[in-house]
Design a protein around this ligand. Structure first.
Ligand SMILES: CC(C)(COP(=O)(O)OP(=O)(O)OC[C@H]1O[C@@H](n2cnc3c(N)ncnc32)[C@H](O)[C@@H]1OP(=O)(O)O)[C@@H](O)C(=O)NCCC(=O)NCCS
Length: 128
């Protein structure tokens, strides 16, 4: 967590969603790898909404805010990329609805809790 927060503050973009008593109920972040050739990329976008708050529009609000802010305030960024488990259909359709495209599949990259393997889907948003 400390690494994610430090990297996001240093070179990335991130938001939290809070409820009416300022409890954090969702989070999104991505950051630029510390190498010149990736300086136009926000990578490893990660989003999570607390289980009790899922399915209420919080994830869409976070991702929409993230993409809009990157588009309007980070002209240095032309690519946002992420990985999603192949089975995470809800997240994949959320990303697609906001302009992310599937670029490929990393076969059996993910080991699930039960030991089964599944593919990781690479998706990206490209500035037009
Ligand atoms: C994926 C996640 C961030 C979505 O956040 P959310 O607040 O539940 O999503 P929203 O209520 O804003 O729904 C937005 C869209 O997500 C999709 N979606 C979310 N959960 C879904 C599900 N269980 N089944 C199908 N679609 C789903 C739908 O396309 C939905 O579209 P709609 O707005 O037209 O209804 C959230 O469910 C979560 O934290 N999951 C666990 C962590 C995770 O999987 N993170 C992504 C890793 S790649």
């Amino acid at each position: 967590m400390t690494h994610f927060i430090d990297s996001t503050l240093a070179s990335g973009l991130g938001f939290v969603a809070m409820d009416e008593v300022n409890k954090v109920i969702g989070e999104i972040h991505a950051y630029t790898p510390d190498v010149y050739c990736f300086s136009h990329v926000l990578s490893n976008l990660t989003i999570a909404v607390a289980p009790g708050y899922q399915g209420k529009g919080v994830g869409r609000l976070l991702l929409n805010t993230f993409c809009k802010t990157a588009e309007e305030q980070r002209s240095d960024i032309t690519r946002i990329e992420l990985f999603a488990r192949e089975s995470n259909k809800g997240a994949i359709s959320l990303y697609q609805s906001l302009g992310f495209k599937i670029e490929g599949s990393l076969t059996k990259r993910i080991k699930n809790q039960d030991g089964s393997l599944e593919s990781d889907i690479l998706m990206a948003w490209i500035r037009q």
